[in-house]
Design a protein around this ligand. Structure first.
Ligand SMILES: [Cu+2]
Length: 503
């Protein structure tokens, strides 16, 4: 049988959806022709990236696995036998060659969250590649152009709420920061294999709300109803903090009753790279007895800012510098609004370990959120009026679990049907308007927007209820790119869309 190339396959899909648009969609003008992942311009864009010429090969096996989480044995899916999966570390400009072997019972892909890479390696099924079937392998090959703290996970179903997540750190060859040590800390809300699976949770969320019986309680803290968490409230998140009950919160793969201990010498300056790999949980993060200097978010430098606590939404990353005191200190990731926390220890000297449920006073000190930050001058966008503006309403409700963009649920089979069209070279403005009663961490693939006129450059932006955020970027990475809520259950329920370059 002749092999069908990806170009034929994906190109065919676009032609079909265009045809459907023309015949069935009366509001459409002429449907624009969209760049496909197989187009020559993708190769040309890749060739223009600054490359070191160095190739870095990695093997990734996604497989069923078993872990002991503080005495609770869970069967799950993970990359190899570690939680989080193996850290990949390269230098900006290196070519990553990562071969994924799929030993899962289901198809999967890898999405490289935060990397502005070539479109056909972005890992989104039906949009940039075919799913990798069980027993099959697929090699991702791309120049890792933008330095920073990033991570990778599948872009299929609820898979990243299992153990399928890991850091990818792209070092800056001209690193301006000086520090003695570096720790990568990954936060995760965990439920897989404890009482249920993420698929069962999604089913319950979709089915359970129809009667409207799960309306918010009148205070008194969060309350569990099956897999659903009711009354999880956070002022920092503008109200409803999350939908899902999690039995534990992991800091770099370990629960509070079996914490990881990070060790250093008193006076050491440590760079902490924080990644929130959770599906439904934002954290307020503090290191007891210390202030943090925030230097980067989502890989992009910001004007240094001091904080006692930091709000980290799903998909967001922050780099901080901390100068360590002498003793044993609690690293606490308070699950915002959920009355629980992740926990680790930082040890530079002797002393007894703090209790896992300790609430350091820093948690209620100067709390920094991403929108407080200012982009470092070196990464700020030049002032320009947008060439194209897309207003994107975040829509839906917890009761109906009908999350969408502009009232529309994403269609995996026809992903570009309602695409937000842009063209190479344009200054693009996305106006994200949250009309719902919940906050949404909105993620854009392949680009880093700037919030407002001088806010931080980011790929994942928390939009609070009732809030409108203006997000600008330069269209310099042609292809078809997801923009979606990184609350896994919102995204999977339809809060996803596509920003697509026209030819
Ligand atoms: Cu959402």
């Amino acid at each position: 049988m002749p092999e069908i190339s990806r170009r034929t396959l994906v190109g065919g899909g676009v032609a079909l959806s265009g045809a459907v648009l023309l015949s069935a969609c009366s509001r459409s003008d002429a449907a624009p022709s969209l760049i496909t992942p197989g187009d020559d311009v993708i190769d040309a864009t890749e060739a223009a990236r600054t490359s070191t010429g160095r190739e870095r090969e990695f093997a990734l096996t996604a497989a069923e696995s078993e872990f002991d989480l503080g005495g609770t044995r869970v069967r799950t899916w993970s990359y190899g036998d570690s939680l989080p999966g193996p850290e990949l570390r390269v230098s900006a400009g290196d070519t990553v060659i990562a071969t994924l072997v799929n030993d899962l019972p289901d198809p999967t892909t890898v999405h490289w969250h935060g990397l502005a890479l070539r479109n056909d390696m972005d890992g989104v099924p039906h949009l940039t590649q075919d799913q990798v079937a069980p027993g099959e392998r697929y090699t991702y090959r791309f120049v890792a152009a933008n330095a920073g703290t990033h991570w990778f996970h599948p872009h299929v179903g609820t898979q990243f709420d299992r153990g399928l997540y890991a850091p990818i750190i792209v070092e800056d060859p001209d690193e301006p920061l000086a520090y003695d040590q570096e720790w990568v800390i990954v936060l995760d809300d965990w439920l897989d294999g404890v009482e249920n699976t993420p698929d069962e949770v999604l089913e319950e969320l979709r089915a359970g709300m129809d009667g409207g019986g799960h309306s918010m309680g009148g205070g008194g803290g969060p309350m569990r109803m099956g897999a659903t968490l009711m009354g999880a409230v956070s002022d920092l998140l503008g109200g409803d903090a999350g939908d899902v009950y999690y039995p534990m919160y992991l800091v770099s793969g370990r629960p509070p009753n079996d914490p990881r201990a990070f060790e250093a010498a008193p006076g050491d300056r440590v760079r902490i790279r924080l990644i929130n790999a959770s599906a439904d949980t934002a954290y307020r993060v503090s290191l007891g007895g210390h202030t943090m200097t925030v230097t980067h978010t989502d890989g992009y430098a910001v004007e240094h800012a001091e904080a006692d606590a930091l709000l980290v939404g799903m998909g967001e990353r922050f780099d901080v510098l901390v100068t360590l005191a002498d003793g044993v200190f609690p690293f606490v990731a308070l699950a915002e609004g959920k009355d629980a926390n992740g926990f680790a220890l930082v040890r530079t000297g002797s002393g007894s370990a703090p209790r896992a449920d300790v609430r350091p006073e820093e948690l209620d000190g100067r709390i920094l959120v991403a929108t407080d930050l200012t982009a470092d001058e070196g990464v700020r966008l030049s002032a320009a009026e947008p060439d194209v503006v897309h207003e994107i309403e975040l829509t839906g409700s917890m009761a109906d679990f009908d999350w969408g963009l502009n009232g529309r649920a994403y269609d995996h089979e026809d992903p570009t049907a309602a695409a937000f069209a842009i063209a190479q070279g344009q200054r693009v403005r996305l106006v994200l308007n949250n009309t719902t009663d919940m906050w949404h961490p909105m993620h854009l693939h392949g680009h880093h927007v700037q919030i407002g006129t001088d806010g931080p450059r980011k790929d994942t932006v928390n939009v609070l209820p009732g809030q409108t955020l203006t997000c600008d970027f330069d269209a310099d990475n042609p292809g078809r790119w997801m923009t979606h809520c990184h609350n896994l259950y919102h995204g999977e329920s339809g809060m996803m869309g596509v920003v697509a370059y026209t030819t």
